[in-house]
Design a protein around this ligand. Structure first.
Ligand SMILES: C[S@@+](CC[C@H](N)C(=O)[O-])C[C@H]1O[C@@H](n2cnc3c(N)ncnc32)[C@H](O)[C@@H]1O
Length: 255
């Protein structure tokens, strides 16, 4: 697997908790990106079969075979397991008043998310996305950066999904309660609603290709058309405003 895309730059996407690879599927389809999948279950044939809780940042860079500085654009996608955070079950694992875990599985689920965030922060990717169905993870990570519903990305099931992270400018598509764009929703149909997503657990938790594509397109757009360098508004003693580039500029005299 080459680490350089067809335009000669190293554009790397790491897919953590890759499962069937839905989250990174659009990156996989592109010649510009090299994808590395990490997953505990070897049935999914990941590039690295490992318990993410056991990994160090250097393990991920060794997988890629590059130093961080050699990677031109790094995107990390992460889909930590949701059963403890989903509002559909495991109610007896949580104290709802204090929003704290009271069961070892819930504790481990939180520790795994924070460990994942630690790996992400250590790699300092250009962009990262951590997804989970709307639920208890908000108790820990706060309001998500974006919210989507899968029916807006080609799925029959609504599935409200939260996306945290550092995102490029992008549109988050979501439908409204009562809309007719989806045929099933857990609120109306109970947990059986998820059956329309597939027969296996892995199929049901697969991130839609359209969502992956909208993330990749947003990253590609910002890589191809970087925003102008940031400017700072300087308040002037005379009450006027002067724009100055954020970088150190030798004024070379009065402005
Ligand atoms: C929500 S699913 C991922 C869905 C995937 N993003 C997709 O689009 O197909 C979570 C995955 O995390 C894996 N997993 C669970 N615990 C893990 C761990 N500690 N380390 C690595 N993978 C883990 C599961 O086997 C499962 O495939």
């Amino acid at each position: 697997m080459s680490d350089e895309s067809s335009n000669g730059t190293a554009q790397i996407c790491i897919d953590l908790f890759a499962g069937l690879g839905g989250f990174s599927s659009a990156f996989e389809e592109s010649d510009e990106w090299t994808v590395y999948t990490v997953e505990i279950n070897d049935e999914f044939d990941p590039d690295l079969c490992a318990d993410i809780y056991e990994l160090r940042p250097t393990d991920l860079l060794e997988l890629i075979g590059l130093d961080r500085e050699q990677i031109d654009v790094l995107v990390v996608l992460a889909s930590p397991p949701c059963p403890e955070f989903s509002t559909a079950g495991n109610h007896d694992h949580w104290d709802f008043d204090t929003q704290t875990p009271i069961h070892s599985d819930a504790r481990q689920a939180i520790a795994l998310v924070y460990h994942t965030l630690g790996l992400i922060k250590a790699l300092a990717p250009d962009y990262w996305f951590l997804e989970n169905p709307q639920g208890r993870l908000r108790w820990f990570l706060g309001q998500p950066t974006g919210q989507v519903t899968y029916c807006q990305y080609g799925r029959p099931y609504m599935k409200r999904t939260d996306l945290w992270g550092e995102h490029p400018p992008m549109t988050y598509r979501r439908c409204q309660r009562g809309s007719k764009c989806h045929t099933a929703n857990v609120e109306y149909d109970g947990t059986s609603a998820t059956r329309v997503l597939g027969n296996t657990k892995a199929e049901r938790s697969k991130v839609p290709l359209d969502l992956s594509a909208s993330i990749r397109n947003a990253v590609d757009d910002v890589v191809e058309n970087p925003p102008p360098e940031q400017t700072t508004l300087l308040a002037r003693a005379d009450g006027g405003n002067a724009r100055q580039r954020d970088t150190n500029v030798d004024n070379g005299g009065e402005r």
